[in-house]
Design a protein around this ligand. Structure first.
Ligand SMILES: [Zn+2]
Ligand SMILES: [Zn+2]
Length: 226
């Protein structure tokens, strides 16, 4: 997700975006939709947003996650029978879209953003460790096309995202290959940086991933040199 601008909220002919947006207010996050945008001549330009009900049941496969992402993008166009019962007297907020107070409304929300912000980082798959052993998931990894042998510390597809998990699978395949070492200490640390950038985006603290192994490889190289 990213900070929403006026052009994200207004589609062609002044139509309001059907997306679910995330609003950060104080220390809390809310799922909202935009119900009005002020005149574009106003200073600052404001949007009126209203809280909506979201389904928080677990997305147990790549397919379910994609359906969920699709629902987030098309919320106001969805058949109401596919959505949770609307909130009774939902709270509304007026949000500034320009000037110094802008920036607490986010668009292009995906399932990992919902996990991080609205489900408070609670993940049914990795239990909040942000990594899974792709060989020990009792068949769940297969639902995300991520099944591998034991010994992986794969980025969790549910809370970090399917794309980054699939990308990490390629790294793991090289790491676990027969001809060792297949990856350099530098590559291990680059992966750590890449995954930690994603964690930071989602508001999670950084992790060491396989940096201990990189340290070990460096120490070993030192020993053979001397
Ligand atoms: Zn997870
Ligand atoms: Zn395992």
């Amino acid at each position: 997700m990213r900070p929403a601008t006026v052009s994200d909220l207004l589609k062609s002919q002044g139509k309001l975006t059907p997306q679910v947006l995330l609003l950060e207010e104080g220390n809390s996050w809310y799922a909202v939709v935009v119900v009005d945008v002020s005149s574009l001549d106003a200073q600052p330009i404001t949007a009126t947003v209203q809280e909506v009900a979201l389904d928080y049941s677990n997305r147990y496969s790549a397919e379910k996650t994609e359906e969920y992402n699709d629902m987030l993008l098309k919320y106001m166009k969805m058949d109401p029978s596919c959505l949770p019962r609307p909130l009774n007297e939902p709270p509304t907020w007026t949000v500034s879209l320009s000037g110094s107070s802008a920036g607490n409304l986010f668009c292009d929300v995906t399932s990992p953003d919902v996990v991080a912000r609205l489900e408070r980082g609670k993940c049914w798959f990795c239990y909040g460790t942000r990594e899974i052993c792709a060989g020990c998931t009792r068949g769940v990894a297969q639902e995300f096309d991520l099944f591998m042998s034991c010994g992986t510390d794969l980025a969790c597809p549910n809370c970090m995202g399917i794309d980054i998990a699939l990308e990490d699978k390629t790294f793991q395949q090289r790491l676990l290959g027969y001809a060792r070492p297949n990856v350099t200490a530098h590559e291990i640390r680059e992966r750590t940086k890449h995954l930690n950038a994603r964690l930071a985006e989602l508001g999670y603290p950084p992790m060491r991933w396989r940096d201990a192994e990189a340290d070990e490889m460096d120490a070993e190289a030192q020993r053979t040199q001397s």
